[in-house]
Design a protein around this ligand. Sequence first.
Ligand SMILES: Cc1ncc(COP(=O)(O)O)c(C=O)c1O
Length: 429
Amino acid sequence: MQSFKNSEALLEREVKVSPLAAQTYSKSYRYFCRGAAPSYMDHGEGCYIYDVDGNKFIDFMCALGPITVGYNDPEVNAAVISQVNKFASGSLQSELEVELAEKLCEIIPCAEMVRFVKNGGDATTAAVRLARAYTGRDIVLMSGYHGMHDWSIGASQNNKGVPKAVCDLTINFTYNDLEDLENKLKANDVAAVILEPIQSNGPKDGYLNGVKELAHKYGAILIFDEVVSGFHYALGGAQEVFGVSPDLVAFGKGMANGYPISAVAGRRDLLEQIEQGVFVSTTFGGDSIAMAASLATLEILSTPGFYDHINKIGTMMRDGIQERIDKYDLNDILSVSGMPAHCGIAFEGHGSLSYLDIQSVYSQTMIQNGILVFAIYFLNSHHTEAEAKAYLDATDKAFALIRQAVDKDSVDDILIGGKVDPVFKRNIK
Ligand SMILES: Cc1ncc(COP(=O)(O)O)c(C=O)c1O
C-alpha cells in the first residue's frame, strides 16, 4: 500500500515559502492527484526513482527530458566527482570547455561555433538576439514553446507581466503549414524563424526544408529549438534525423544527464557577433561540473545502438497505447502523438467530465501501479521491454477506468486524491 505521508508533510511546509512548491511548473503537485502521488524524490537509479516515503516508481518523466543515460550513472558520477575535487566555477576556464565545444561542433551538423549557457530558454534567447543583431530586424516567428523569456512567453497565452510592445514583436506560426509561414514572412520584416523541429507526429515530408528555403527567401535566420528534440532521437538532433541544418540551434535538457547546461550553436558569422558586442554572457556559463557531466553523457550517447534501443522501446509503447485506446473504444477521448522516443497522450472531455477529470483518472492509476509519468513520456537507456510492459499494463488499467468513468459520467468512485489542476489550463473542455 502506497503512503505519501512524508511527501505531504514536506509539501505543506514548502507551499508556505515557495510558490507551487516546485521550481518547474510541470513538476508541481498540481500536475498530479494530490494525496495520491509523490512530490519529493529521495534518489534515483537507472530508470527508477524512490520517493521520500520509500515508494519505488519506474520513471517515465526523466526529469522532463534531461535524464538520457539514467540516474546515478557511474561514468557520469566519476567525471563529476573528479571535477568536483578540482573546481566548479573558476576564475579561468576549464579545459573541459574546449573539449565540449569541439565535441559539439563535431556531432551537431550546423555547429561551427558554440556558446554555453544554463537553461534552454537562455539558449533560445541568445539565438534570437544573434538573429536580430545580424538582420537588423525585430520580428520573430515562432512555433512551439521556447522558455520563459519575454520575447517568447509574451506570444503565448501565459503572457501576464510582459509589456505589450514586446508581445507584439513575436508572432506564432502553424507547424507543418508552409503557406501560413510564407504569409507571415511576407507580411513582416522577420529577423528569425524559430521552431521546435519535431512536434506532434513530426514534420511532413519536405516541411523542414521548406521552412529553411522560405526563411532564407525572406532574409530571416532559421533557428531550431532542439531543447527537447536534442539528444533524444539522435546524437546530432532532429537536424541529423531529417537532414536539414538550421543557421542556429539551441540545445539544453538532455546534454548532461540532469546537470544544468545548455548551448547555442551554429554558423560562425552569427556566433562571432558575440565578439563584436552582441551580449551573451552568464556567470555560470562555464560551470565545469556540468561540462564534465556533459562530456561523459555524450560518450554514452555515442555508443553504437543507443538510439536504436530507445526507438525500439518507444515504438512498443506508442503502438501499445494506441492498441489500448482502440481496445476500450476511447478514440474520441484519448489520442497519442509523438515520435517513439517521446510521446504524449492528449485527453478530451466527455459528457460532464472535463479533460482534467479524465487526465486525473489516468495520472492516479499510473502512480498506483508504480509508474511516474505525466501526459508525455520520456525514455532513457535503462528502460527495457520489461519497463515498457509495466507501463502498458498500467495504461491498460487506467484506460479501463477511463471507460468506466465515461460510461458513468463520473469520476467520483475512482479518484481518491485531488484532481490534476495545472496553473495553465487549455481553453477547451
Ligand atoms: C522546446 C523547449 N524549448 C525551450 C525550453 C526552455 O528550457 P528551460 O526550461 O531549460 O529554460 C523548453 C522547456 O521545456 C522546451 O521544451
